[in-house]
Design a protein around this ligand. Structure first.
Ligand code: HEC
Ligand code: HEC
Length: 292
């Protein structure tokens, strides 16, 4: 009798292991095939101005758009995910120092990365949030490129490559992680020229693309963005920010502390990025959020 139970348990366990293995293999091969897809696109030519106004705008945008959070304060690159179950991901050195971009990296190559989420070799960049940046205006993207292409050289080399862990394969296959932004982009879309910086719903909506990745398109939040992260708050008119004045909204995004006394951790809710927004930008954003 006992032997029989053992045998049945053994068979059941075996079947479970087999099912999990099949499930994982399917995820693995499907993700690897997406990873080696070639994208042929015609990058939109951008007129890049190198004047001081453009450089100043670019310097602010690399912080406000989160580039420095992943690529490091000096944009010399950093390991930004290091979790054996999830992934080992490097946001590369964007300067022309050792371990950085090649000396012949062109403006066009910048557009490929920012507007299309692809590399010079036509393969998709992993986890680089181009699905947000392809909605930037020509003026803003141009300023970022102008600023980044004159960065002081930083010598920082990474010997290891990017690797994905089992959880990343499974979550990516279930479309729970934005691993391949190139798949989420309309590559034919041309950039809008410029969005007027004023306290308007239109400008607020434009800025809200930086919040969409986590708060979702309707800004009502929902499930955590990755395992171990908190539930994403509703920041539309029905959430807490709907009850705040503009001053309270600005204060929250500059200090990481809400009027209700909640402390926002910068790695979960990146207010260190939002604090680079100007008053006009934050007011426009609040106006837009309240209109939802
Ligand atoms: C969430 C983290 C994250 C943010 C935010 C981010 N990047 Fe990246 N970026 C990455 C990763 C990861 C890669 C490398 C992907 C790969 O190798 O597949 C990358 C790659 C790049 C590349 C391609 C380099 C090459 O080898 O061709 C450029 C250019 C770049 N990023 C610029 C930027 C700029 C400019 C910003 C801000 C507007 C930015 N990134 C914001 C994570 C990020
Ligand atoms: C990387 C994901 C992420 C991004 C990007 C992000 N948020 Fe958040 N945000 C969160 C999470 C998660 C919470 C909930 C934090 C908590 O409960 O501790 C939150 C909370 C907030 C809160 C507090 C809400 C409350 O009820 O107290 C505000 C306000 C907010 N976010 C505004 C923004 C704005 C504006 C942007 C875009 C400029 C933005 N967030 C971008 C993840 C994000």
């Amino acid at each position: 009798m006992f032997k029989k139970i053992l045998k049945i348990t053994g068979i059941i366990l075996g079947v479970i292991v087999l099912i999990v293995a099949c499930f994982f293999m399917k995820a693995y091969f499907s993700v690897e095939s997406r990873r080696s897809t070639h994208y042929t696109v015609e990058p939109q030519p951008l007129a890049i101005q190198q004047d001081s106004a453009a450089l100043a705008l670019g310097a602010r945008l690399v912080k406000a758009k989160g580039c420095t959070d992943c690529h490091g304060q000096d944009l010399g690159g950093k390991v930004f995910v290091d979790d054996p179950m999830l992934a080992h991901l490097i946001a590369p050195n964007l300067t022309k120092g050792k371990g950085g971009l090649p000396q012949d990296h062109t403006y066009e190559d910048w557009v490929l990365a920012l507007k299309h989420g692809i590399r010079k070799d036509e393969k998709p960049l992993l986890f680089m949030p181009s699905q947000e940046y392809f909605l930037l205006s020509e003026q803003d993207m141009g300023a970022i490129i102008a600023y980044c292409s004159q960065l002081p050289k930083v010598d920082r080399e990474f010997n290891e490559g990017n690797t994905l862990g089992p959880l990343a394969y499974i979550l990516t296959d279930m479309d729970k992680l934005p691993m391949f932004p190139a798949e989420m982009i309309d590559h034919k879309r041309t950039l809008v020229k410029e969005v007027k910086a004023e306290v308007s719903i239109e400008f607020g909506k434009y800025l809200s693309t930086s919040c969409q990745g986590c708060h979702r398109e309707n800004m009502k939040g929902g499930d955590p963005v990755a395992p171990g992260f908190p539930v994403v708050a509703d920041i539309s008119s029905t959430g807490q920010p709907g009850k705040w004045t503009d001053e309270q909204f600005i204060e929250t995004l500059r200090t990481g502390k809400t009027p209700e006394g909640k402390i926002l951790k910068p790695n979960e809710m990146p207010w260190t990025m939002a604090k680079e927004f100007t008053d006009v930008e934050l007011k426009a954003l609040h106006l837009y959020l309240n209109s939802l």
